[in-house]
Design a protein around this ligand. Structure first.
Ligand SMILES: Cc1cc2nc3c(=O)[nH]c(=O)nc-3n(C[C@H](O)[C@H](O)[C@H](O)COP(=O)(O)OP(=O)(O)OC[C@H]3O[C@@H](n4cnc5c(N)ncnc54)[C@H](O)[C@@H]3O)c2cc1C
Length: 321
């Protein structure tokens, strides 16, 4: 019977992405139900050190110069091979640009079912249930993870990165990558995006404005709050698409991954493409008029209130103190 859980570790430029630790935390829970092991899959060249703090039972490290940069076809072929060799119960990938590209390709090529946008898992008499986000997080769907092998992509929010980390290094098994065939993608160059006026990735306090801000002129209330509190304003995609703030302030899948101590959102719904960029935040605080907004699922503190009523008062109080 298939028991083990394979976790595909995402890393970029020598750093493990937070989603990888969350996936390991989730896999630990899955493996308890299936009575299997958590096998982390690390693919790259000269990056064995990244395995050091993964809370996995084993790390399968595929070392190959052709894996030095991510491409979907090398990952897909490597995983197809590992699935054949290990017969896992599930393969967990991030619901990220990397994970989605690999999972859909793998699903099509290997004819495996794919459950996307999984938020959490739970066990019941040996079967495993998923809770997945639909419609940008507005609906939560539950179901049994298809047997015998399923591919799962995970969104942040259900597990903490620290629960996927360990101070005891795991057993690392270095293996050769398969003989790659018919590779169609190659990485020519890595272009670092311009950081622009401020580097939001290193700011400890971010005030994020979303579509709820309604007009460009209204961004002023966020700027005033940021000034009073010593933070910096960033935004969700609709605000940047309107040209109200530069792309250097965009947070999310197509923007920056941020890790502030406090991430305060003003009128942001919490779509997965946005929350992908804020998983590393220490404390998320949300202000939104809609009590069912998905952002409240991941916020530590939430206020159901109109930002135009609350924010000016908050700024005033902070200026007084
Ligand atoms: C391939 C792809 C990549 C993407 N990349 C990104 C990305 O990098 N970053 C990103 O952010 N998005 C990205 N998106 C878009 C993403 O799917 C969402 O559409 C977007 O995040 C929604 O932004 P929002 O929360 O500001 O707007 P909405 O989803 O429209 O939410 C606005 C919220 O404001 C609230 N609101 C309205 N008025 C008020 C008020 N007066 N006071 C308080 N609350 C109020 C509403 O209740 C609502 O919840 C991407 C989409 C795709 C398909």
């Amino acid at each position: 019977m298939n028991k083990d859980i394979l976790v595909v570790i995402e890393h970029i430029r020598g750093e493990v992405a937070d989603i990888s630790y969350m996936m390991i935390a989730a896999a630990r829970q899955l493996a308890e139900t299936t009575e299997g092991e958590v096998l982390a899959v690390l693919m790259g060249s000269g990056i064995e050190n990244l395995a050091g703090n993964l809370a996995a039972d084993k790390v399968i490290y595929l070392e190959d110069p052709q894996l030095a940069n991510f491409t979907s076809d090398t990952y897909q072929q490597s995983l197809e091979n590992l699935i054949r060799e290990n017969n896992p119960r599930a393969v967990v990938l991030g619901h990220t640009s990397i994970g989605m590209e690999v999972a859909s390709l793998l699903s099509a090529k290997s004819d495996l079912p794919l459950v996307s946008s999984c938020l959490s898992f739970s066990g019941e008499n040996g079967s495993v249930k998923f809770t997945s986000q639909l419609y940008g997080g507005k609906i939560l769907a539950e179901g049994l993870i298809p047997e015998p092998i399923a591919l799962l992509t995970m969104v942040p929010g259900g597990y903490k990165p620290e629960d996927g980390q360990s101070s005891t290094p795991p057993l690392v098994i270095t293996a050769a990558a398969p003989q790659f065939a018919d590779l169609e993608i190659s990485v020519k160059q890595y272009i670092e995006p311009e950081t622009g006026d401020v580097d939001i990735t290193s700011e400890p306090l971010l005030i994020a404005v979303g579509r709820g801000i309604q007009l460009e002129d209204n961004i002023e209330i966020a700027e005033e709050l940021a000034e009073a509190i010593g933070g910096v304003v960033c935004a969700s995609r609709p605000v940047v698409d309107q040209g109200w703030l530069p792309t250097s302030r965009l947070v999310g899948k197509s923007g920056y991954q941020v890790k502030p101590k406090v991430y305060l959102t003003l009128g942001i719904s919490g779509a997965p493409e946005h929350t992908e960029g804020i998983a590393g935040s220490e404390t998320i605080i949300a202000i939104n008029t809609d009590p069912a907004a998905p952002i409240f699922n991941i916020a530590k503190y939430g206020v159901v209130e109109d930002i135009f009523d609350l924010v000016p008062v908050l700024t005033e109080k902070l200026e007084e103190s």
